[in-house]
Design a protein around this ligand. Sequence first.
Ligand code: SAM
Length: 479
Amino acid sequence: MNTATYIPESFLDDVKSYIPSHLSINDFVDACQRPLRRSIRVNTLKMSVDDFIQYCSKNNWHIEPIPWCSNGFWLTRSQDEEQNLPIGNTDLHLSGCIYVQEASSMLPPQALINALTTSDCVLDMAAAPGSKTSQLAALMNNQGLLIANELSSSRVKILAANMKRMGVANCALSHFNGTIFGDYMFECFDSILLDAPCSGEGTVRKDENALKNWSIESNIEIAQVQKNLIRSAFLALKPGGTLVYSTCTLTPLENQEVCYALLEEFVNNIEIEPLDRLFPGAEKATTEQGFLHVWPQIYDSEGFFIARFKKLSSVEHSAQKVKKGEFPFSPTPSKLQDNFNAHIKKQFGIQALQGKLMSRDKELWLFPDAIEKVQNKIKYSRLGIQLGTTHKNGVRIEHEFATALGKLATKNTFSMNQQQAQDYFHGKDIRLAQPTTNTHEVILTLCGAPVGLGKWQKNKIKNNLSRDLVSNAQLITWV
Ligand code: SAM
């Protein structure tokens, strides 16, 4: 019980005005004061759930499946281990095999799961730090195109680092106010997730001070931002497409009311897709409109709200805008493509890459095929993955090539133990027991997953981790 959790009376008075009659306010307060259970999601781009289960049994990690996400687990480790090895420093986390993610926060991408199977182009409109972006990328199996947008520049950097760690290869990052998408990318997306900025009332179990600045006035202010964002998202959605709106707050002002404003404006073009069958037991949190209103006491989680809509038909929108300026990439000349493909085949046994090789000055990039239709619509902060940089004797391979594509390698890989991995992430070289005659690059793996690039050099593997990732350890161990 955390009695230091700050829960102002004015907030409780407000909650009493909308808590459903079958739930009790006392249970709500009790749940808010209970520590949150740790949960993680297995990143299936890097590790299978079966391998994860085996790892847990070997390491005495106790796990319990989360009913709405087949890759999600509540995780308990011994007190000793919790104290001595923060979860962010474990090999599973460093390798990108797991993402520490609150259980209820796995619900919004799950609500899109059926729509994703036919989605070429998906938007995550408010994406940082990227828990749901990486979940979406895994659900898409790195296929199609996932545009992840974030307004805050410092958070875009964290988002980018997380996508690298998780081996996401089908993503483009953008850095805009989400309200621009309706105008610049009108009816471009098959599916959209708007995990909106909100007052965070559902997060008190993680952050005892989450309600320090709570006021109805700030709820009303944020609700206006949310209404503008959801409208933009709906405009950016293709007819027939699916939109999921979510928040980690409880007030109807930022949840139901935001949805009603959208339903009212586009009354002839939209329908709610009820979520009562999303998973066994979903009905316990389903509102009469078909939204999920997850109170912390229902599933012993954080509070969350999720709504799902279908766009039935195209809408009028005269304010569409066109970006100015040239797309700064061009298709990589075929000779360079051939050289690069020959190099990765010889060095790593990689036969063929899916996607389009593109160049910008000396940089060599791999773009998802689906980018073609939308590449000129907005400016991207980062698009696809950087494979390498060309120089007069060939191509210098980049770290991201290894994290995103290393699993395709059939040779020149090196499996690090936990100590070697700690050294590697601190920028140190890896000493070899036996000197090697190999030269060139080697893909470093941890727990079977590719985590970076090194270079064989006699009795060591030289560390090629870029200095910004070494010096900014938080970007690697972010949880
Ligand atoms: N989806 C993220 C995840 O699962 O990791 C969490 C997103 S958080 C709830 C909301 C994000 O929206 C914040 O990172 C915030 O900086 C960003 N944001 C705030 N206002 C925005 C706007 N107008 N357009 C786009 N993003 C915005």
